[in-house]
Ligand binder design. Structure first.
Ligand SMILES: *Cc1c(COP(=O)(O)O)cnc(C)c1O
Length: 542
């Protein structure tokens, strides 16, 4: 902690307020360089936006040559905003829905990680609907190398990836229209602290990929080995430097996939926390200091709504059991005030340790226990280091409605940007999306509908008025007959939705999807037959 940095951070808090996230782009560049130096070359690095989707960070990583891995419409938008070409992005994650896949394909994305047969089919359907082919890597859920520390993502039963067992027998299901299998994706664990363990895991993935290529007879143009690169989170410390990984893993690749040096396969890695974790710091203010039944509390203006939300939910780090910090007091040592109102014999913790609580009205809002902050007083600024990854966007921003902290991007000593995320409620309109799609297809056919001669019960005035309202051009066609073409009167897909909604509400009926076919909307008569039949059903037999 240089005093220079302390002064700069104080100044930023004066300008942008507390709490305040500060991200340093110089550190992002350094992390990307370090990671590249640790990996076999040639290889590709994907930045996982889930660690921090801030467009400034994403753009910096792109300038450094990293690609982006996205898992949602929000992350896709952030990657595009940061200047990533859509064709270079990778879309991954379980439970991808058709609407987001449609959007990704329309934006120009072509590379997807498939998590299951169903996922593969939905990717294929989205691609085929737009007349393109999606390149898919199969995410594999393989038994990992034994005994690794870190948060395991696959290896047991999991929502992630295809089980290795039984995949060969089911390989016919991998032939899906609209898709082309181009390789495999592994991401067995994250935050692997020790290098030997990480190497064992990556080497295991390489062997599995080589073996699967043989057994399944599928191509292996792209091998995404995932990552698991570690970084300290909200505690002081440095990123590990993986000194032996490059050479050792290159040897494994030479042995099992000798074409990799010429890009067959292209070897890729993914990282979130390693790339941005140490770029971020959160400065907060102590708003209250109190003593309660033997313990000292410092209440902060920031809690699990801004940091450690994941941990607060008991996921990554059990914060309530494990001290997160200690954070660093920018002016620690310089005239620390005396310990707040504590009398001898009243404390059961270490003298000078405090629990750091946030401002939320829940006992879960604890950022640290037993933080060593002797003499902490209201008004003090505290810093949580290493919170560039899984900070703000991984927190409970909407809970209790406090504003988000400002996020300031600096580059060395220069301020690059200052922004504040806002959650706001928007009014939305109901959109009968799937019906609109069907109607679009139907409009085409309606044009060819022939003369309507089927017997039709007489319609009422309300029905006629309704058609005239939605289709003003009908009037020009003279009196409404059973032969009048609704299409010729301007019935496009939007007007069809309008007619449908109005008719349903006027007659208290629901037209079933099976009737939403071109023939129903061909003429006033064809639609009225459906309406009157449904009305009779609704009333019931006399
Ligand atoms: C979360 C995730 C990452 C990033 O993990 P880090 O530990 O932040 O590097 C990469 N790939 C996939 C598939 C993930 O789910």
């Amino acid at each position: 902690m240089t005093t220079e940095r302390t002064a700069a951070e104080r100044l930023l808090v004066e300008r942008y307020g507390s709490p305040l996230y500060i991200y340093d782009l110089a550190r992002v560049r350094a992390a990307l360089e370090d990671l590249r130096a640790a990996l076999p070359q040639p290889s590709r690095i994907y930045y996982s936006l889930k660690a921090n989707p801030h467009p400034g960070l994403v753009a910096e990583l792109r300038r450094g040559g990293a690609r982006a891995e996205v898992t949602s419409r929000g992350e896709l938008a952030a990657a595009l905003e940061a200047g990533h070409p859509a064709a270079e992005l990778m879309y991954s994650g379980p439970g991808k829905v058709r609407a987001e896949l449609d959007e990704a394909v329309a934006a120009g994305m072509r590379t997807f990680s498939a998590e299951s047969f169903g996922d593969l089919e939905r990717i294929g359907a989205a691609a085929a609907a737009q007349g393109v082919t999606a390149d898919c890597v199969l995410r594999i859920n393989a038994a990992g190398a034994p005994g690794q520390a870190g948060l395991r993502m696959t290896g047991g039963p999991s929502q992630f990836g295809f089980d290795l067992d039984g995949l060969t027998e089911q390989r016919a299901r991998l032939l899906v229209q609209g898709t082309r299998i181009v390789g495999m994706h592994f991401f067995p664990l994250t935050n692997a602290r020790d290098e030997a363990g990480l190497l064992a895991e990556l080497a295991q993935s390489v062997r599995t990929a080589a073996q699967l290529r043989e057994e399944l007879g599928i191509p292996l143009h792209l091998l995404d080995l995932g990552g698991g690169f570690s970084a300290p989170y909200a505690t002081p410390g440095e990123r590990p430097v993986y000194r032996g990984l490059r050479t050792a893993l290159s040897t494994v690749l030479d042995e099992h996939l000798p074409g990799w040096r010429d890009g067959e396969p292209v070897v890729a890695f993914e990282s979130g926390r390693y790339l941005v974790g140490d770029s971020g710091r959160l400065v907060v203010t102590v708003t209250d200091v109190k003593h309660s039944r033997g313990s000292d509390y410092a209440v902060l203006d920031s809690g699990i709504n801004h940091l450690g939300g994941l941990s607060g939910l008991g996921r990554l780090l059990p914060l309530s059991a494990q001290p997160l910090v200690p954070p660093v007091l920018p002016d620690q040592g310089a005239g620390a005030a005396e310990t707040d109102g504590k009398t001898d014999g009243e404390t059961d913790g270490e003298p000078g340790t405090v629990t750091l609580a946030g401002p939320l009205c829940t006992p879960a809002d604890i950022l640290a226990r037993a933080a060593e902050l002797p003499g902490v007083a209201a008004g003090d600024l505290l810093v949580f280091p290493n919170v560039g990854a899984y900070g703000l966007s991984a927190s409970l921003l909407g809970f209790l409605g406090h504003p988000a902290p400002a996020e300031v991007l600096v580059d060395g000593g220069e301020t690059v940007s200052a922004t504040r995320l806002a959650l706001r409620r928007q009014h939305i309109q109901p959109a009968p999306v799937h019906r609109t799609e069907e109607f679009t297809a139907m409009t085409e056919i309606t044009a060819e509908a022939g003369a309507d001669t089927a017997a039709t019960p007489p319609w009422d005035e309300e029905y006629e008025a309704l058609l005239h309202e939605v289709l003003p051009r009908l009037r020009a066609k003279g009196p409404l007959t059973s032969q009048t073409s609704l299409k010729a009167a301007g019935l496009d897909s939007l007007a069809m939705v309008e007619v449908l909604v109005r008719v349903e509400s006027a007659y208290g009926i629901a037209i079933p999807d099976s009737e939403l076919v071109a023939a129903t909307f061909a003429t006033p008569a064809s639609l009225w037959r459906v309406v009157s039949a449904l009305r009779e059903q609704a009333v019931g037999p006399a």
